[in-house]
Structure formats: structure tokens, C-alpha cells
Design a binder for this molecule. Structure first.
Ligand code: MG
Length: 376
């Protein structure tokens, strides 16, 4: 081959490398103007769980703007029962970013503030996508827009769940989530058969105890669930119960109904720990609580883990980031735990309308700026 051609090719490759390198350096040295708005938003109706009624959501919306005026948004909304991160701590860390910040400063946000780190990563991803979207990527996005995920319907706790199944089955829902550990235990257990009987053909029930049971009660339920259409039992045992980890692993090995971890997964470290323990059940991933979502999902993918993407009852801003992660997941797709809307008293903060399917384009249409403006 002609050595001039080879030299030219090498030169072009070098030039491309240099261009890629300068893009990488530019990204490394990006400076942003950070702003945040804190919110306290009442739910339309109290959310009833084994932790008691939950009346309002607190968190903050973060806005980053780069030198070129490109804007990205993220949401930090720690859940009170999950870990020790607080909105006060997130707000203090946002203030500490100052009027202008950069990637080095952002990298120093404390590891314990996983929700805030998630918000910063989401906002920077927004900016990166806006900067780097090329024509072929746009057409890939358009092809992807018709991609669909199924959604599980959230039922009210107690007997009220019974009347809610038929109208939701009518519009196409097949998987239903019912909160247990809320009402009288004997009443709840006796309702299980009525609920199973109300399911549409091929329908399934997910039970979420939010850690309300002890070992004996969990065993009674798991025995009862064994030959019923129960998709999984979520967090039967509290994370702070004595020997909770061994107890959960034991229950998962003793009964055929899968067990799902939710409160046990507060952040990135817990996902690592349970993967390390060889957890055979489901991982309920509330992406909003995970600091480094791509890294956590890559580990789950490598382990071929069963993952259910789930809402942390966040606003449109956090939901958009979490749903994008769900659409990017290439493992087995299980119905999303996002059947939560309408959720807020003020509908401007709600995610996509409740439907048994969610399209990628529904997620792309969500407008974080509208949430930001609504908080002004
Ligand atoms: Mg749960």
C-alpha cells in the first residue's frame, strides 16, 4: 500500500484523536451556573404505607447552565424512610457549589448525598445530550420513540383495592401492586383471595409490605402466596430487623414466590452488597436514590439481575431521568413501578398520565423547565 496514503490515514486518525481529546478536556473543564429551588408539595391524597400516612413530598430541583447557555435539570428528593440523606443537607451542599461550579467541585459532593449526586449527574447528562446530539442520534431517538414499557397499577391499601382492580383491568393493566402491613393482618390475609379473584386473566399481584412483618408473618404470607398469581412480595422484613439480611436470604430460598428488595436498597453501596450476597430475588431500583445510575445498572446487568424500575414519588424532573434509565435497560423488562400519577395536589408536577403502557416519546415530552418555572 502507498505509504503516503498510510501516512495520511495516520494523520487523520491523529487529528480525530486530538479532536476527541479536546472535547474530553472541554467536558472536564466545563463550568456551570448552578441554581436550585426547594419544594414541599402536598400529595392529592395521603400515601398510606406500613410507615404511616405520607402527606407531602420534599425535595429540590437543580438547574445547571453551561457557558454556552445549555441548560440541564435534576431532582434530589431523598425518601425519609430510606437512609439518612436529608433535603436540608442537599440544600446546604447546593449552596456550597457557589455561583459558578465545575466538574471537580461537583465530584466532591459527599458520597452520602446520593440523591443530590444523581440530580447533578442528570443535569449534566441533559447538557451533554443537548451539546452532542448529532443527526444519526436524533434518528435513533425517533426510532426509539415508539418503544414501550408496561406499567403496574398501584392499588390503595386495604379493602379499597378490590373496587379499583376492575376499572384498571378494563383500560389494560395486568399487574397490580397492593400495599400490605397497613390494615389488620388477618383482614389483609383474608383479602388476598378476593383480590386474586378480581384479577383479569393472566393478571398478577405484587405485594409490598414496606418491612412491616416479622419472620412468622412473612412465612404465613409466603406460604399463602405460593400457589397464587403473586408476581413478588416486596420488602417483607424491615432493614433494621435483627439479622434482616440472613432472614431475607432464607425466605428467598424457602418459598417459590420471589422476594423483592426495596428499602434494603438505599443507594449504590446496597446494590453492590446484595449482588455480592447473591440475592436471588428482585431488585426494586428507585433510580432517583442511586448516585451513579449507569454504574449501578451495569453491575446489575452483568449479574443478570431481575430489576423493577420504580418511582420514588418524585416530580416530572426526577421521573424523566428514572424513566430514561428504564428505557435504556437491556435486561428482561418487567412492568414499571410507575403507576403513581396523578400524585400531587398541583398537577403541574405530575409525570405522564396513568396508562398501562408508557412510550419513550411520552418520557421525551416531559418538560423539566415547566416544573422549574412552577416553583418560581
Ligand atoms: Mg416498596
Amino acid at each position: 500500500m502507498n505509504s503516503v496514503i498510510l501516512r495520511d490515514a495516520a494523520h487523520r486518525a491523529g487529528a480525530l484523536d486530538a479532536a476527541a481529546h479536546s472535547v474530553a478536556i472541554a467536558r472536564l473543564h466545563s463550568v456551570y451556573r448552578p441554581q436550585y429551588r426547594r419544594y414541599r408539595l402536598p400529595f392529592r391524597a395521603p400515601v398510606r404505607t406500613a410507615h404511616g400516612p405520607w402527606l407531602e413530598r420534599e425535595g429540590l430541583i437543580l438547574r445547571l447552565e453551561d457557558e454556552g447557555g445549555t441548560v440541564g435539570f435534576g431532582e434530589a428528593a431523598p425518601v425519609p424512610e430510606f437512609g439518612r440523606e436529608t433535603v436540608d443537607a442537599d440544600e446546604a451542599a447546593c449552596r456550597a457549589l457557589g455561583a459558578v461550579t465545575d466538574n471537580d467541585t461537583i465530584a466532591e459532593v459527599p458520597k452520602e448525598l446520593g440523591c443530590l449526586r444523581n440530580a447533578l449527574a442528570s443535569a449534566r447528562a441533559d447538557i451533554g445530550v443537548a451539546r452532542e446530539l448529532r443527526r444519526e442520534e436524533i434518528s435513533a431517538l425517533t426510532r426509539r420513540a415508539t418503544d414501550m414499557l408496561t406499567v403496574a397499577a398501584l392499588l390503595p391499601a386495604g379493602r379499597a383495592a378490590l373496587t379499583q382492580i376492575p376499572p384498571r383491568a378494563e383500560i389494560g393493566f395486568r399487574v397490580f401492586k397492593w400495599k400490605v402491613g397497613v390494615a389488620d393482618p388477618a383482614d389483609e390475609l383474608s383479602l388476598l383471595d378476593d383480590l386474586c379473584g378480581a384479577l383479569p386473566s393472566g393478571g398478577k399481584l405484587r405485594l409490598d409490605a414496606n418491612g412491616a412483618w416479622d419472620r412468622r408473618r412473612a412465612e404465613r404470607w409466603l406460604e399463602r402466596c405460593a400457589d397464587r398469581p403473586v408476581d413478588f412480595v416486596e420488602q417483607p422484613i424491615a432493614t433494621d430487623a435483627k439479622g434482616a439480611e440472613d432472614l431475607l436470604l432464607g425466605l428467598a430460598g424457602d418459598y417459590p414466590t420471589p422476594i423483592a428488595l426495596d428499602e434494603s436498597l438505599v443507594g449504590d453501596g446496597d446494590i453492590d452488597r446484595w449482588l455480592g450476597a447473591g440475592w436471588p430475588g428482585v431488585f426494586v431500583v428507585k433510580s432517583a436514590l442511586v448516585a451513579d445510575v449507569p454504574a449501578a445498572l451495569a453491575k446489575l446487568q452483568r449479574a443478570n439481575a431481575a430489576v423493577v424500575f420504580s418511582s420514588a414519588l418524585e416530580t416530572t424532573v426526577g421521573a424523566r431521568a428514572a424513566l430514561r434509565a428504564a428505557f435504556a435497560w437491556t435486561g428482561e423488562r418487567r412492568p414499571l413501578g410507575f403507576g403513581v400519577w396523578p400524585l400531587f395536589a398541583d398537577p403541574r408536577f405530575d409525570g405522564p398520565a396513568l396508562a398501562p403502557f408508557l412510550r419513550a416519546e411520552d418520557v421525551d415530552r416531559l418538560n423539566p423547565e415547566a416544573v422549574w418555572n412552577a416553583l418560581s
